[in-house]
Design a binder for this molecule. Structure first.
Ligand SMILES: Cc1cc2nc3c(=O)[nH]c(=O)nc-3n(C[C@H](O)[C@H](O)[C@H](O)COP(=O)(O)OP(=O)(O)OC[C@H]3O[C@@H](n4cnc5c(N)ncnc54)[C@H](O)[C@@H]3O)c2cc1C
Length: 625
């Protein structure tokens, strides 16, 4: 064999890391064979879910200065000089500037230069990722050939090993990497019931609409001005929806985050919010830790988790952990430590640190805000959450070092190594894994991984302008009444249940990769062909394809697929928090995964001369997003 063929399905950010690593390996090892990479994706190479064609109003929730596609020149040393620019450095070099609240290419006298604290549009992120792809390809050695196939892969066969594309083309491969990221799920029975309700009621109410997934957000144009929209889900996707339905309809924000007002265009609908708990997301504190700075885990470390695992094994014969019993006390202690350091504005000795009763009560309140959830009725719930939004915004403006609350919640961004060691590869008992996937992740998304603070200032301005309000409280559910052509949002409050009507129901949620529900056939076909299986932890099936620690796909009979690997969001399930983009100057799970996978693939497909893989699977050290 004198040329290896590697098929990569999915050309998102993860495939960039793979190609960069492959290129590095080929430059480093002259004895390796020439390689052809077949890069298969209908979208623009590198961009993945971040299409440059999406609305420019939608922002990343990661500081652009903390995003890069490039590893250090020395991949083993993240502090070594980077092999390419960060997102911010690229944006500046490409001529982008801040023009009020917009970002566009402009002359040096217009607007202001982009700085380290800017959150840039996701459309620009797509441009940056595609630039990164072009640069990585340009710098690749001659023996690495990359062929783009702008199509969907629909099947994978064995004997012969081939990827089948939607136009029927069959691409033979020696090695296959699945990096298909996010998936669009097929309509559920509930979706179908709601669609039928809308079709039946349209004649009586032309504003009736059901939108089960919001991307691309251009589909929100079907919502009529003046319609009442119930928006289910208060996470980052909800902010995209609110932005599109307000500024996207010609409204204007005036002032700054401390005092923002909204001037409506008159073309907005009324937006009413609800979710499982109906709690808003907390804003990210102004970053005071620099581009590569962060909290150093003191208690929830990979070593501490491993020690608990060993103790459990000695005591019970089972290495698996109980998240609430084993991990939460460490996480809470790191949060309390962050809180105290911020309060005292100095470092303290972790060796003698114990949280006080008061500090524990503060952490309890952050995790379980009974003071908000126990409201008697919708009006008092709404007043409480709006007051919370205002005080949280004030804390966010102080910054993630100066505000003890923000310092406490921000620690979670940097506890990834410990969390990964606990959670990944069925490290938790199944019921504990369910708690993490269905409750804990949503909780930390709300308190730590929320929107840039300007988004919550905008939310408050929209509430003040009467454009946004709450549809329900804790336990709110959307109902389809027998009579009457409007959705009803029902909340069982203690005093009285609230029933609020809406013309349109919009679901603002991003789902995990569930092979059985993916509208695309690839994962399902691979499972049917015996090449892969959905991940399960005991009787719990969260999401994602199953892989081992070297990212090899595991087949339905439990054996390792000899030729196929998977990486990125498609393996969120056996892995944890696969979606963060790499950060300059920090060790990164994504770059580490790319090294691990490429080294294993080369060592498997080209065993002579023996390669010495540089990387072992190690939980990432970088922050989340
Ligand atoms: C709305 C949204 C906003 C986000 N914002 C941020 C953010 O601000 N900051 C951040 O750090 N992360 C963000 N993320 C997280 C995101 O997961 C990562 O940024 C990153 O895109 C993950 O990379 P990936 O390569 O694993 O997957 P993806 O980006 O999903 O890329 C997968 C690619 O696979 C292709 N594909 C899928 N199936 C097939 C097939 N059968 N054949 C061929 N190609 C296929 C898709 O077309 C896509 O291009 C966001 C995610 C979403 C959904």
């Amino acid at each position: 064999m004198n040329r290896l063929a590697i098929a990569i399905v999915g050309a998102g950010p993860r495939s960039l890391n793979l190609i960069e690593r492959l290129s590095f390996r080929l430059k480093q090892e002259p004895n390796l064979p020439a390689i052809t990479v077949h890069l298969i994706d209908p979208g623009l190479a590198g961009a993945g879910v971040h299409s440059p064609d999406q609305s420019r109003l939608l922002l990343t929730n990661t500081l652009a200065s903390q995003v890069t596609s490039f590893s250090g020149i020395d991949p083993k040393n993240p502090k070594s000089a980077p092999s390419g620019p960060s997102f911010t450095e690229w944006a500046k070099a490409a001529g982008y500037r801040r023009l009020g609240s917009r970002y566009d290419k402009a002359g040096p006298d217009e607007g202001e230069p982009i700085g380290d604290l800017d959150y840039l549009p996701r459309a620009m992120l797509g441009e940056y990722l595609h630039f990164s792809f072009q640069r990585i390809v340009m710098e690749a050695p001659a023996c690495l050939k990359i062929i783009e196939h702008r199509q969907l892969a629909v099947d994978v066969t064995t004997q012969p090993d081939e990827v089948v594309l939607e136009d029927g083309t069959r691409l033979p491969f020696d090695g296959l990497i699945i990096a298909t990221g996010h998936c669009e799920t097929a309509a559920s029975p509930e979706d179908l019931r709601r669609q039928t309700f809308v079709e039946a009621g349209r004649a009586g109410n032309a504003k009736l609409a059901y939108i089960p997934s919001v991307y691309p957000t251009s589909k929100l144009s079907q919502i009529e001005p003046g319609a009442v929209v119930a928006l289910q889900g208060l996470g980052l996707t909800a902010y995209d929806v609110m932005t599109e339905l307000t500024v996207g309809r010609g409204g204007v924000f005036e002032g700054d985050a401390r005092n923002l007002r909204y001037r409506p265009s008159g073309r907005e609908p009324k937006v009413l919010l609800f979710s499982r708990q109906s709690l808003p997301y907390d804003a990210r504190g102004v970053n005071q830790k620099g581009v590569d700075g962060g909290h150093v885990a003191r208690f929830l470390t990979a070593e501490a988790v491993e020690a608990i695992r060993q103790r459990r094994e000695r005591e019970t014969g089972d290495r698996r952990l109980d998240f609430i019993q084993d991990i939460m006390p460490l996480l809470r202690k790191d949060m309390a430590f962050g809180y105290r350091c911020s309060k005292l504005q100095r470092e303290i000795d972790p060796g003698s640190f114990e949280p006080t009763v008061e500090e524990n009560a503060i952490i309890d309140r952050i995790f379980d805000p009974r003071h908000l959830l126990d409201a008697e009725d919708l009006e008092s719930f709404r007043d409480r959450v709006v007051a919370h939004l205002r005080s949280d915004l004030a804390e966010a403006l102080k910054g993630n070092v100066s505000s003890p609350f923000k310092a406490a919640t921000d620690t979670i961004r940097d506890l990834r190594a410990g969390l990964s060691t606990a959670i990944e590869f069925s490290g938790l008992l199944p019921q504990s894994h369910r708690y993490v996937a269905e409750t804990f992740i949503a909780l930390t998304n709300r308190i730590t991984f929320g929107p840039p603070l300007i988004r919550n200032a905008e939310l408050l301005a929209l509430i003040d302008a009467g454009i946004v309000d709450w549809a329900g409280g804790p336990g709110a559910r959307a109902e389809l009444p027998q009579q009457g052509g409007r959705f009803v949002i029902d909340t069982p409050f203690v005093a009285d249940s609230a029933r609020v009507q809406a013309d349109a129901l919009v679901i603002a949620r991003v789902t995990g990769h569930r092979p059985a529900q993916d509208v695309r056939s690839l994962s399902r076909r691979m499972i049917a062909n015996g090449l892969a299986r959905a991940f399960r932890n005991g009787d719990y099936e969260p999401y994602g394809l199953d892989v081992d620690r070297r990212l090899r796909l595991i087949q339905p009979d439990g054996s390792l697929n000899p030729r196929a690997w998977a990486v990125g969001y498609v393996v969120e399930g056996p892995r944890f928090h696969t979606h963060a983009l790499p950060r300059p100057g920090r060790a990164s799970t994504q770059l580490n995964d790319a090294m691990l996978l490429i080294d294993d693939l080369l060592a498997t497909l080209w065993p002579k001369p023996r390669l010495s893989p540089e990387t072992q699977h190690a939980p990432a050290l970088e922050s989340l997003t």
